[in-house]
Design a protein around this ligand. Structure first.
Ligand SMILES: Cc1ncc(COP(=O)(O)O)c(C=O)c1O
Length: 429
C-alpha cells in the first residue's frame, strides 16, 4: 500500500498578528497561498497557481475557492482548471510548445493572457486569433540568461535553455506582436527555474534585466502594462533556506515599484509542496553484501524526483520509534527494475521491519502529478486531508481499467501460426 496525501498545511512563517484585517484569511486556514497573497497585499497581483505542481481537481478546487488564478501549460490543464471553477479571466497559458488545438482552446475560453515563447508561436497565434476575429492579449516570455542555481533539469532561464525569447530579441518580438493582427502585446513574462538557490540573488538579477527592458520598450513607444514574474520560490526539503514571501515581495517592489505595472505570479511548489506526504509500506528488509536495503511498495513511478533530480525527501517512520532507538544506514528503494529506483542511499533510519509504514515528506508538488504506471504498477490513491476530514480524491485504478487502455489489433487476434512459431529460435512446433 502506498498513498499520496496532498494535505492542507501551514506555512512556516507565522500567520498575521491578530487584529490585522483580512477577511478571507480570517475565514480560512493559514496556508502558503495566504502568506504569498499577504506579502503582496498592496499590489493585489494575479496569483496564478502553477497547475503542473499538483493538478488534482480537488487541489485545484482549494485554489479556486481561495480566489487564485491558474498558470496552465496544456489543454488538459486548461480543462482541469475550468472544471475546478477558476474563471478564464484568471488563467495564463505558458509553455514552449503549444499546439494549434491548444491555442484554439485558449482562444475559445477567452483566457487572461497567453505567454508567447517564440516568434513562430506568435505568428501562429496571430493567424488563429485573426481567423476567429479575436484579439488576444499576449506577454512575451523573456529568457534573461540567468542561472537559477537549481538542478540543471529545472533551470529554465539560461540562454541555452529552450524557454522564452532571448532578452536581446525580446524587443523585436514585442514590436512584431504590436504589428500582427489578432494579438495585443500587454507585457512581459519570466520564469528562471524551480526550487531556485542562492536566496534572492537569481531573482534580483532577472528582475533587474526585466525592469531595464520595460524601460527600453516604453522608451521606444510601446505600452507595457503587465509583468508575469513566474514561479520558482522553493521549499525546504533538507537544509535549504528559501526566501520568505515578504522578502521576495520587497525585492519585487524594489525592482518594479516605480513602474506601475499589473503584476502576476505563477507559484507552484511553494503553495503545495510541503502539504503532501507519500506513505509507503516496507515489503522486505534485505541484507545486501555491503548495504541494508529497505524495499518499499512505492517506487520511482510513484515519486520520480529522487531518480530524476537526485532530490532529497525526508523519510520518517509513521509510528514513532521506541525511545533510544539507534539509527543505522539503509538504502531505501522501490521494486522497479532499475537501479535508479532508489529513494535514498545510506539514510540513517530507526529499526524498520516488514509491513511498517514510512512517509516521504514534501511530496505535495511534482509528486503524484509526475507518476506513471511504469512496470504496470497501478497509480496509488490520493487522499486530501483537511483538519479532521479526509477524502479519497483519486481512487486506485483497477487492473481491468489499466489493461482496458490497450487494444490488440484484429490481425493479432488469431492464435500464433505454426510456421511463425517454428521461426522462433527454440520454439516448439
Ligand atoms: C512557466 C512556469 N511557471 C511556473 C512554474 C512553477 O514553478 P514552481 O513550482 O517552482 O513555483 C514553472 C515550473 O516549472 C514554469 O515552468
Amino acid at each position: 500500500m502506498a498513498s499520496c496525501l496532498p494535505r492542507v498545511c501551514r506555512w512556516r512563517a507565522s500567520p498575521p498578528r491578530s487584529g490585522r484585517r483580512s477577511t478571507s484569511i480570517r475565514r480560512a486556514r493559514w496556508l502558503p497561498y495566504h502568506a504569498f497573497a499577504e506579502a503582496f497585499a498592496p499590489e493585489r497581483p494575479l496569483i496564478c497557481y502553477a497547475v503542473k505542481a499538483n493538478a488534482n481537481l480537488a487541489v485545484l478546487r482549494v485554489f479556486a475557492r481561495l480566489g487564485a488564478g491558474a498558470d496552465v501549460v496544456s489543454e488538459g490543464e486548461l480543462r482541469r482548471v475550468l472544471a475546478a471553477g477558476i474563471p478564464p479571466q484568471r488563467i495564463i497559458f505558458s509553455g514552449v510548445g503549444k499546439t494549434r488545438t491548444e491555442l484554439e482552446a485558449a482562444l475559445a475560453a477567452g483566457i487572461h493572457q497567453i505567454n508567447v515563447e517564440s516568434i513562430p508561436e506568435l505568428q501562429r497565434l496571430s493567424a488563429l486569433a485573426a481567423a476567429r476575429g479575436d484579439t488576444t492579449r499576449v506577454a512575451i516570455r523573456v529568457n534573461p540568461d540567468v542561472d537559477a542555481l537549481t538542478h540543471a533539469k529545472i533551470a529554465t532561464g539560461k540562454k541555452e535553455s529552450k524557454f522564452g525569447i532571448d532578452i536581446e530579441e525580446a524587443g523585436e518580438a514585442y514590436r512584431l506582436a504590436g504589428e500582427l493582427p489578432g494579438v495585443e502585446p500587454v507585457g512581459l513574462a519570466v520564469h528562471i527555474g524551480s526550487q531556485t538557490g542562492g536566496g534572492l540573488g537569481p531573482f534580483r538579477e532577472a528582475f533587474e534585466r526585466l525592469a531595464e527592458l520595460v524601460l527600453e520598450l516604453r522608451g521606444a513607444g510601446f505600452a507595457v502594462h503587465r509583468l508575469d514574474l513566474g514561479g520558482g520560490l522553493g521549499i525546504r526539503y533538507r537544509k535549504e533556506t528559501p526566501p520568505e514571501p515578504a522578502d521576495y515581495a520587497a525585492l519585487v517592489r524594489e525592482a518594479f515599484g516605480a513602474l506601475e505595472l499589473d503584476l502576476a505570479f505563477e507559484p507552484g511548489r511553494v503553495l503545495c509542496g510541503s502539504a503532501g506526504l507519500m506513505v509507503a509500506r516496507v515489503v522486505y528488509v534485505k541484507a545486501g553484501a555491503s548495504r541494508r536495503f529497505l524495499i518499499l511498495d512505492a517506487a520511482m513511478n510513484d515519486l520520480i524526483r529522487p531518480a530524476l533530480y537526485d532530490a532529497w525527501h525526508d523519510i520518517v517512520p509513521v509510528r514513532l520509534p521506541a525511545p533510544g532507538a539507534v539509527l543505522s544506514p539503509a538504502d531505501v528503494v522501490g521494486p522497479v527494475c532499475e537501479t535508479g529506483d532508489t529513494f535514498a542511499t545510506e539514510r540513517d533510519l530507526p529499526p524498520l521491519a516488514e509491513d511498517d509504514l514510512v512517509a516521504f515528506t514534501g511530496a505535495g508538488a511534482y509528486g503524484a502529478v509526475m507518476s506513471s504506471t511504469y512496470n504496470s504498477r497501478l497509480l496509488i490513491p490520493e487522499v486530501l486531508v483537511a483538519g479532521s476530514r479526509f477524502a479519497v480524491i483519486r481512487a486506485r485504478p483497477s487492473y481491468e481499467a489499466m489493461l482496458g487502455l490497450d487494444a490488440v489489433p484484429d490481425w493479432l487476434a488469431d492464435p500464433i501460426e505454426p510456421a511463425s512459431l517454428r521461426a522462433v529460435p527454440g520454439g516448439t512446433a
